[in-house]
Design a protein around this ligand. Structure first.
Ligand code: FNR
Length: 382
């Protein structure tokens, strides 16, 4: 494994086709997904030289905590289907490497269990149906010791994931000959999944999905999760802000106008994101709107995810004003390939790329990055 993309090829071999398809897939024609990468590719670096870069550091401080690197692990639902105890694997590897990890609200492992294993983990929630449920959510999350709550807002309805169906993945999961064959030819994956299923005395279910808590992923009750999400608006965020004393982050902002709204509502941070291209296809790539969002974000901490695969991508996003970034799929693949050790390798690779590139840019600190280090092939340049 020499780079993050190597984990994708390896994960394709170890995961059943429907599971790999679920992780790799995006919405409709993959336009948003593909443009996430293209947006990074269109930017080149303009390095400075002879800068004495002997003492480099890549720490960042987010909501009062200092992290060793400016990237974290994005929330990914049902990660425990990719790797044995996947959510714990991701959270522990992140804690060990001193980077943030965000536990998904659609995970198969209970929030409290993950927090016990990795106490600094951030928690991502989808807004549950009613005010009573929102209040219950906040009570449970606070009781579990969560300090940073991420509310994902780009799923008013489920995205159109034709790719899932083509790959044979669906919720409810449909066991069949194909899945059985994939499982038998991937014994490591099968063993992990069986162990988890036995350990919980039944089929896995969404542990932290507050809209329909405990809905088995083999049940159509999961679909109802989505039915309730389309009525949420900023009044719900205002309510949460009044009650939640920890850091509040909104994930899934793409419009500068919404960034300004979030700021007006006292939100502490935003993750500029199109959900890795998995929701609205043709949604703009986060990197393209980042500068305009930073302008409207006031003192909020602006972060970004989508398409980051190299240290160079991390630095490009930061040069355009992101304070930190999140990476999704590659860490899921790394967990599938070699559990916690795999994720640790992936983190180290990205960290080393950032350090190396920082030196070649002529920088010792991320604070000195700025747009003057970038050249856009497509934009007129002075
Ligand atoms: C996701 N994403 C996601 N986001 C979220 O807020 N809650 C969730 O439960 C999930 N679930 C999920 C599952 C899987 C398998 C993937 C790949 C993604 C989106 C995720 O947090 C992030 O926005 C993107 O994955 C970032 O894009 P990259 O790094 O995967 O290109």
């Amino acid at each position: 494994m020499l780079s993050l993309p190597d984990f994708e090829a390896a994960a394709r071999r170890v995961l059943p086709r429907p599971i790999f398809g679920y992780v790799a897939g995006a919405a409709e024609d993959n336009r948003a997904h593909d443009d996430n990468r293209r947006a990074f590719d269109e930017l080149a670096f303009v390095p400075r030289v002879l800068c004495n870069v002997a003492h480099r550091q890549q720490q960042v401080s987010l909501f009062g905590t200092t992290y060793a690197s400016p990237f974290g692990i994005a929330p990914m639902g049902i990660a425990a289907l990719s790797a044995y105890r996947g959510d714990i694997v991701l959270a522990r590897a992140a804690a060990q490497a001193q980077i943030p990890a965000v536990l998904s609200g659609s995970s198969l492992i209970a929030l409290e269990t993950v927090m016990a294993e990795a106490p600094g983990t951030w928690f991502q929630a989808y807004l549950p149906g009613t005010n009573e449920r929102i209040d219950a959510l906040l009570r449970r999350v606070a009781a579990a010791g969560v300090q940073t709550l991420v509310i994902t807002v780009d799923i008013p309805v489920a995205g159109n994931r034709e790719n899932n169906l083509r790959a044979g993945f669906s919720t409810p999961l449909r066991p069949g000959v194909r899945l059985a064959w994939d499982g038998l030819t991937r014994p490591r994956w099968l063993l992990g999944t069986l162990l988890q299923t036995l350990a919980r005395h039944g089929m896995p279910h969404f542990e932290n999905s507050f809209a329909d808590r405990g809905a088995p992923i083999l049940s159509s009750r999961v679909q109802r999760d989505f039915a309730e999400r389309d009525h949420f608006d900023w009044t719900h965020i205002a309510r949460i802000r009044r009650q939640w004393k920890g850091a509040l982050v909104i994930k899934g902002i793409l419009s500068p106008l919404d960034a300004a709204q979030a700021h007006r509502h006292g939100v502490d941070g935003i993750i500029v994101s199109n959900h890795g291209g998995r929701q609205l296809d043709s949604a703009v790539a986060p990197l393209r709107v980042l500068p305009a969002i930073v302008e409207r974000a006031g003192d909020m901490t602006v972060m970004l995810d989508g398409g980051i695969r190299r240290g160079a991508d991390v630095l490009k996003a930061m040069a355009l004003g992101a304070r930190a970034v999140f990476v999704g799929r590659p860490f899921n693949y790394a967990a599938a390939v070699d559990g916690e050790a795999g994720v640790a390798v992936a983190i180290d690779l990205l960290r080393a790329e950032i350090d190396r590139n920082l030196a070649m840019l002529g920088l010792t600190s991320l604070d000195d990055l700025g747009p003057q280090y970038l050249f856009n092939h497509r934009a007129p340049h002075p």
